[in-house]
Design a protein around this ligand. Structure first.
Ligand code: SF4
Length: 257
């Protein structure tokens, strides 16, 4: 296990990292590593659901170098961008380790497509959530079976909904703890870490995609827009979750499940 990584710009790196950012970020890196190690100590089997977004590059690096007891898995919904599959391959080659890839049940997808069509998720919220359930939630529940906690890359800054998240929460629907080690990281923090360590990342981020999910349900956004606004863009702005991070009810809002 290597020492806790410091955010020091590498000589020759094309992208430089502001020193004031790096000093503040070193403390956040230490804190995140402590949270990960405490999770291993306190919750037995801990798994990380790797979405292969920018935050996932940070967490994959921290886990495989600082808390390698944590099992990393990724859900292959079958509808991911080709760039995302290439990134998965690059990650495995860099660290010489496998990410467990979990797939949906083929029979469930066949049944969904027979009823709603290959892109039935555009037909309405119910159809979209049903697709997310089959392609994401069910495989997720299989992947976390037997774990005491799961790790997420959720950050407060990502959306108004995620601003309400806690570092450690009991995930009641799934019956285990949910750990968010980089909750207080800013977008700049994430990218400072990625650039400083020359980590691989999805090239779609350079094309205006702050958040990357399934290809038919994700699009580029204008600079400065809510990072989740490119997901399920045809729906209401407060429904930008697939179900892995259930909505927290906010005063004045209607519960939507
Ligand atoms: S993001 Fe879109 S394609 Fe992916 S599981 Fe959800 S509805 Fe289906």
């Amino acid at each position: 296990m290597r020492a806790v990584p410091k955010i020091t710009p590498m000589p020759g790196s094309e992208a430089t990292v502001d020193q004031s950012v790096t000093q503040a970020l070193d403390a956040k890196v230490h804190s995140a590593v402590e949270v990960l190690r405490a999770a291993v100590r306190d919750y037995g089997k801990v798994v990380y659901s790797n979405s292969l977004g920018a935050e996932s590059m940070v967490l994959t690096d921290l886990i495989w170098t600082q808390a390698p007891q944590i099992e990393i898995f990724s859900i292959d919904t079958g509808r991911l961008h080709e760039e995302t599959y290439q990134l998965l391959d690059r990650l495995e080659r860099r660290y010489q380790r496998r990410i467990r890839v979990v797939s949906p049940e083929a029979a469930s997808i066949e049944s969904y497509v027979a009823e709603h069509g290959i892109n039935g998720f555009y037909n309405g919220l119910t159809e979209r959530q049903s697709c997310c359930h089959i392609r994401k939630i069910e495989p997720f529940r299989r992947a976390i079976a037997g774990a005491g906690a799961w790790v997420t890359g959720v950050r407060h800054q990502q959306s108004a909904q995620r601003a309400l998240a806690q570092a450690v929460e009991f995930d009641k629907p799934n019956g285990l703890y949910k750990i968010s080690p980089i909750l207080d990281w800013t977008n700049d923090d994430v990218w400072a870490y990625i650039r400083s360590h020359k980590l691989p990342y999805n090239p779609l981020h350079d094309r205006g995609y702050p958040s990357i999910g399934c290809a038919p349900c994700t699009r580029a956004v204008e600079p400065g827009a809510d990072s989740r606004s490119g997901r399920w863009w045809w729906e209401n702005s407060d429904l930008k979750e697939c179900g892995l991070h259930p909505r927290v009810r906010v005063a004045g809002q209607k519960a939507t499940g």
